[in-house]
Structures are given as structure tokens and as C-alpha cells.
Design a protein around this ligand. Structure first.
Ligand code: UD1
Length: 421
């Protein structure tokens, strides 16, 4: 298994380009299943999760191909008339987001069989909202042998109110409703920028989706959709991670391609800690201050502070001048990085959903273990700030969601390398 070694204590300075968003690419790729023909998505990040989804498409009988040369960031997907609508356990267990094929497959093929994702490091993460919503559209759902099987000769539009705000749940139902007969209204829907991006793609394919980005989304079903060529939006979590890196190392980084309107809650928190944020024509700049101020933060669905940035911001707060309170309300077990950060000298106490972070003067490099995707990014950030060497193990988590992270950090002046095995 690869390891990443970071020699801390270097200011990060320069420009970095943000990649396409993982969390937009996955639902947008799944949405292509709704229409036969040859589609092309541009600005698709080259990540383990994207490759997993493409493998899944191949198993279903579709053809997925990454472009080369100047089109290296494009994926061409050819969907034939016949698909094998099944997502096996071997793939779903490595990536929960595989569940995103459920809605498009049942809408397009009348049947879908997808392995249940099961638990994961950051909590139980059920998919009951996806299933209740599909039932509301007339699908019959059977859970058997660890698989969920959904059937419907023709989905019928209906109203559904989410009990819990779910990003992929909203996406699954939006996609399914595109080929349902009549109108679907989704209430208490997620409002993330990736939902808006998916709606834009669906509309470009001939769908009729309105209200994405607000809690009420209306979808008028259409009979068929058509192939499309479409770009993926920039990754706001990758962008945010680099902005925190600038604040943490008293650096100065321009994150090119970052969209400030997707980052408002984070930018506000960075300003609260004393960093200087400027929106420039090509992106967002963060300049770190010598003194990092404490601040309290609570994760919430968009437009609140994103849970996917909680671990990274906590590293910044761990070296602030004073105490901060970090409250995680989206996932029930998302403080796995705290134990590893404590091994690097951070002073953090957890009480249920709340972490009390007392700023320390220094972090010290240590061997640490990544437990999930965003936790692995936080350990790299901690390593950049720490005195001495940090060795991060289990970096396959990082490779699921960050494209060429070490290479991008090295170009900014980080002393970081990957040791391959
Ligand atoms: C997506 C993102 C993930 C991010 C998360 C929250 C993708 C591919 N992943 O994950 O990076 O951290 O949103 O912003 O876009 N829940 C239920 N029942 C359901 C669905 C969810 O109880 O049917 C609960 C979950 O356990 C969790 C909360 O709702 O506590 C939010 O989960 P959800 O928004 O569904 O997360 P994902 O879509 O899996």
C-alpha cells in the first residue's frame, strides 16, 4: 500500500488549478444511463471513484473510455439499447455512491439490482430515503441477499418529502423522475451545487427539471432523453482544502477555477480565523496570517458549512490561539481523524457531536493512519504544518477523491512524496 511522507514547516505559495468535482462527476456519469447513444463529459477528474463507476458501466454492458492528449479529462460513455442493470457487491462495497445507478436504471430498464452499501467509517449511512422515494414513484422494492431490487414497468410522478436531507438521495430521485410519467415534486431536497450541476445536465439531455438549488425541485417526466456533451463543475472541497493549506502554512495560494459562490460558508470561516480571502478573476486567493484565531463551526447541509471540510478546518483550529468548538451534525461518526491528530500533539476532546479543540503551539510529525477520504486530506494538512516528518498510511482513501494531490502540493512548495509499494 502506498504511503505519503510530508516534511512539515514550509510555506505554500503559488497557483493551483482545481480539478473537476468528484461529487458532481459521479451522479452526472450515472445520469447518462438514462439515454442511449454516445455521451461525453469533460473536466472529469481521474480518481479511483470515477474509475470504479466506469468499471461498473462496463459490467453493465456500456463502454466507458477516457480520452487522451488534450482530451485527457474527457470520458466518453456509449450506452446501448440493452443494459444489464446490476451493481455487484464487489464494486458497491468500495464506493457507496454506486447506489446512484439505482434511479436511472429502474427508470430506463424497468428493473435494477444494486448491492446494499452497508456501513462505512463515517457512520451507518442508510439509503432508506432513496428507496422510500422510488416507492413513491411506483417502484416495487425488495431487499434480499444483501441486494436491493427495484422494479417498475413505468415510474409514475408523485410528491415526496425527504425526512432527512440527502444529497445522493435527491440525485437518485431527480434522475428517476426524468423518465416517470407526469410531474414529480421533491420537497426538503438537498441544495448542494452538485444538485444544480446534475439538473443542468439532465435538462441538456432533454429532461425538464426546475428548482434545483432550492428545497423544492419539480421534474416533468419526458418519454426519452438524448446524448449530451457537458462539463463537470470545479471541486469545491478540493479547492477548500488548498485554501486551508494556505491559511495553515502562513502561505499565499491562488486556487484557480474555484467558484466563490460554492464556497461561501468556508470562506467566512477562514476570514474568522484571520486569513485574508480575495476573489480574483480566475479564482480565489487565501493568504494566511501569523496568528490563527479560534472560531466555532457547525456542519450543515448546503449552504451551511460542508461536512466534507470539517476535518481540514479542524487542523487549522488545532493550532489557533484559543479554543474552538466543532459540531458535526451531518454524520454521526465523523471524528475519526481526531485520534490521529492527537498523536501529532493536537489537544482535542470529543463529547458526542462536539469536538472541543484547544489550540496548541506546535504539531509534531508522526506516523498516522488515514481512515476516510477527508480525514486523509486533514492528515496531510497537519503534516504540512507539523515540525518534522509525518508518514500517512492507507492513502488509497485520498486517491478516491483528490487528483494528483502530492504533485499539486509540491508545485506550491510542499516537501511531500509518495512511497509506492
Ligand atoms: C454526499 C457526498 C458526501 C458528503 C455528503 C454530505 C457524494 C457522492 N457524496 O454523500 O461527500 O459528505 O453528501 O454532504 O455526493 N441519510 C439517511 N437516509 C438516506 C440517506 C442519507 O438517513 O437514505 C443520512 C446519512 O446517514 C447522513 C445524512 O443523511 O447522516 C446525509 O447523507 P447524504 O446527504 O445522503 O450523504 P451522501 O449522499 O451519501
Amino acid at each position: 500500500m502506498d504511503r505519503i511522507i510530508v516534511e512539515g514547516g514550509h510555506r505554500l505559495v503559488g497557483e493551483v488549478h482545481v480539478s473537476g468535482a468528484k461529487n458532481a462527476a459521479l451522479p452526472m456519469l450515472a445520469a447518462l444511463l438514462l439515454a442511449r447513444g454516445t455521451h461525453c463529459l469533460r473536466n472529469v477528474p481521474d480518481l479511483a471513484d470515477v474509475r470504479t463507476l466506469c468499471n461498473l458501466f462496463e459490467i453493465m454492458g456500456a463502454k466507458a473510455e477516457r480520452g487522451s492528449g488534450s482530451r485527457a479529462d474527457a470520458i466518453t460513455l456509449t450506452i446501448g439499447d440493452v443494459l444489464e442493470p446490476e451493481a455487484p457487491y464487489e464494486l458497491v462495497r468500495t464506493m457507496r455512491a454506486s447506489v446512484l445507478v439505482l434511479g436511472p436504471l429502474v427508470a430506463r430498464c424497468g428493473r435494477a439490482r444494486v448491492s446494499l452499501p452497508g456501513g462505512c467509517a463515517i457512520g451507518a449511512r442508510p439509503i432508506d430515503q432513496h428507496l422510500k422515494g422510488l416507492e413513491r414513484l411506483g417502484a416495487t422494492i425488495v431487499l434480499e441477499h444483501g441486494y436491493v431490487e427495484a422494479r417498475a414497468d413505468q415510474l409514475i410522478g408523485g410528491s415526496f418529502t425527504f425526512d432527512v436531507i440527502s444529497v445522493t438521495g435527491t440525485e437518485n430521485l431527480m434522475m428517476a423522475a426524468c423518465l416517470a410519467k407526469g410531474r414529480t415534486v421533491l420537497e426538503n431536497a438537498a441544495c448542494e451545487p452538485e444538485i444544480v450541476a446534475l439538473a443542468n445536465l439532465l435538462n441538456a439531455m432533454g429532461g425538464r427539471v426546475q428548482g434545483a438549488g432550492t428545497p423544492v425541485i419539480t421534474i416533468e417526466g419526458v418519454e426519452a432523453m438524448h446524448p449530451v456533451e457537458f462539463p463537470i463543475i470545479p471541486d469545491r472541497i478540493e479547492a477548500g482544502t488548498f485554501l486551508v493549506a494556505a491559511a495553515l502554512t502562513q502561505g499565499d495560494i491562488l486556487v484557480k477555477g474555484a467558484l466563490p459562490e460554492h464556497l461561501e460558508a468556508l470562506l467566512q470561516k477562514l476570514r474568522d480565523t484571520g486569513a485574508s480571502i480575495t476573489v480574483e478573476a480566475g479564482g480565489v486567493r487565501c493568504q494566511g496570517d501569523d496568528v490563527i484565531l479560534p472560531t466555532d463551526v457547525k456542519t450543515l447541509p448546503h449552504p451551511g458549512f460542508p461536512t466534507d471540510m470539517q476535518a481540514q478546518l479542524m487542523v487549522l483550529l488545532s493550532v489557533a490561539k484559543g479554543s474552538s468548538m466543532v459540531t458535526e451534525t451531518v454524520f454521526e461518526n465523523r471524528f475519526m481523524h481526531v485520534l490521529e491528530l492527537s498523536r501529532m500533539g493536537a489537544d482535542i476532546r470529543i463529547d458526542g457531536k462536539v469536538a472541543l479543540v484547544k489550540g496548541v503551539q506546535h504539531l509534531s510529525g508522526a506516523p498516522v493512519m488515514a481512515t476516510d477520504l477527508r480525514a486523509s486530506a486533514s492528515l496531510i494538512l497537519a503534516g504540512l504544518r507539523a515540525r518534522g516528518q509525518t508518514e500517512i498510511r492507507r492513502v488509497y482513501h485520498l486517491d478516491r477523491g483528490y487528483e494528483r494531490m502530492e504533485e499539486k502540493l509540491r508545485a506550491l512548495g510542499a516537501h511531500i512524496e509518495r512511497v509506492k509499494r
